[in-house]
Design a protein around this ligand. Structure first.
Ligand code: EPZ
Length: 430
């Protein structure tokens, strides 16, 4: 089983280039199969969630050709099946985007119900509400969502919460419905905007993405496109936190600074220097950071996907901090792991109270989900001594070459598979 071994204490210094946004690419891969012509996608992140979803679309018959690590050609004209298999949804929850794509294109879709995950139950009632409003008959049978429509018509849909997944799924189905659809209380995340921009590049007619009201004028069909995925704001934010935690100085390239504003504001509030350039940000920190309070919100608020990473930084802040997780019901599982490194975190429901300590010490810890795993790496890089991190498969779902990029910044981190490799790292890092 692969692990990370880390020797903490080195400030991370240098430059790192950010890849394409995983959460945009997932929606865009499923939207791509809605055309019956080739679609070329560039700046794709080379992470396991993307490989899993490319596998899912090829399993239903789409042709998928990887030109290189970051470029893939998809053609949906060869799709022969609208039944997505259980294995696909087990590997990647975002297979549920195939509901909107297949319902839009074929007026039929059968997709296994995605289970919960380590951060919460993650229902899809809002997705289903949207499909029914568009005229589909949706039922849940034998563990699958079965959506069928004579034809899809425009509708005025009001989401109970600004759900990213529901916004993207409904937007896809509405693209090929007849008439106009309005999605109220829509999610505004940059990856939602990217999926809308991609659909428009294929001939869709979507306006207002990035605001809470998205208007979609249904079109007959979609056509070929070449598209480059937006930079990943969460990957960028993760390296910003790594600079803060290790008292380093990192230039993070290929970003859209506007997407990072909530993260930048919080880092400046706790005493970090953040300089914004056209397509990069530079983050540096000198001594221990100050304390702050965080409340996660839908975009443009502080992102829930940056909550664990900020917690890792605040474990050694001067003074107590409070984190309120208002999006998911169970996103503090990493707290017990950070406690093994000497952090003092008290979790009460959806609130965590973090008492800043002088410093952390290395320990053997286990990733509990994607962003929690990234937080443990950040904590280990700032800790005194050696750490070993288990379950790094979670991390590889969303971070391309994570240990390579961190090592290029001076981080003493290595991916290992055997005890021998562990001993060799410890001997060398001394
Ligand atoms: C997307 O998940 C992201 N995943 C998540 O990132 C991210 O944390 C989340 O948006 C919020 O930004 C992808 O884009 C693949 P939601 P999603 O629907 O779409 C509730 C990562 O680390 N809800 O915006 O599933 C839901 O339970 C991942 O990259 C319903 O109740 O999130 C949650 O409490 C983790 N009913 C809240 O809304 C629904 O029908 C927000 O969920 C849908 C959602």
């Amino acid at each position: 089983m692969e692990q990370y071994v880390i020797k903490g204490g080195n400030p991370l210094v240098g430059e790192v280039t950010i890849g394409g946004a995983k959460n945009a690419a997932l929606g865009i891969i499923t939207a791509a199969i809605m055309a019956d012509e080739p679609v070329l996608l560039e700046n794709m992140p080379d992470v396991s969630d993307i490989s899993a979803l490319l596998g899912a679309v090829s399993n239903i018959g789409a042709s998928v050709t990887k030109r290189d690590r970051h470029t893939v050609l998809i053609n949906g004209s060869t799709i022969s099946d609208i039944n997505v298999e259980y294995e696909s949804i087990k590997k990647i929850r975002a297979s549920y985007y195939l509901l909107g794509a297949l319902l839009g294109k074929f007026k039929r879709a059968v997709v296994p119900l995605p289970g919960g995950c380590n951060i919460g139950s993650r229902p899809i009632d809002q997705h289903i509400k949207g499909f029914e409003a568009l005229g589909a008959d949706v039922k849940i049978q034998y563990g699958s969502v079965i959506a069928v429509a004579e034809n899809l018509h425009g509708a005025h849909i009001y989401l109970d919460m600004a759900s990213v997944g529901a916004t993207i799924n409904i937007m896809m189905a509405a693209t090929l419905a007849s008439g106009n659809t309005i999605i109220e209380n829509a999610a505004r995340e940059p990856h939602v905007v990217d999926v809308a921009n991609f659909l428009n590049s294929m001939g869709a007619n979507i306006k207002g993405a990035g605001t809470e009201v998205i208007r979609i004028k249904g079109v007959e069909k979609l056509h070929r496109s070449e598209y480059s995925i937006v930079p990943d704001m969460i990957e960028a934010g993760t390296y910003m936190m790594a600079a803060a935690a290790t008292k380093g100085d990192i230039l993070i390239k290929n970003v859209i600074p506007k997407h990072l504003e909530a993260i930048t504001a919080k880092l400046q509030e706790i005493g970090c220097q953040v300089e914004e350039f056209d397509d990069s940000v530079r983050v540096s920190a000198k001594g221990r950071v100050g304390r702050t309070n965080i409340k996660t919100q839908p975009y443009p608020g502080y992102p829930t996907d940056m909550q664990p990473q900020m917690a890792a930084v605040l474990t050694t802040a001067v003074g107590p901090s409070i984190i309120t997780e208002s999006i998911f019901e169970n996103r503090f599982k990493y707290a017990d792991e950070l406690a093994r490194m000497g952090a003092r975190i008290k979790v009460e429901g959806t609130t965590a109270i973090i008492e800043g300590v002088e410093g952390l010490t290395g320990a053997r810890v286990s990733a509990t989900d994607l962003r929690a795993g990234a937080a443990l790496v950040i904590a280990a890089l700032s800790a005194e001594g050696f750490s070993v991190i288990d379950e790094i498969g979670y991390i590889q779902r969303g971070y391309e070459d994570f240990e390579v990029k961190l090592a290029s910044l001076g981080g003493q981190i290595k991916k290992i598979r055997t005890e021998r490799e562990l001993q060799r790292f410890i001997f060398r890092a001394g």
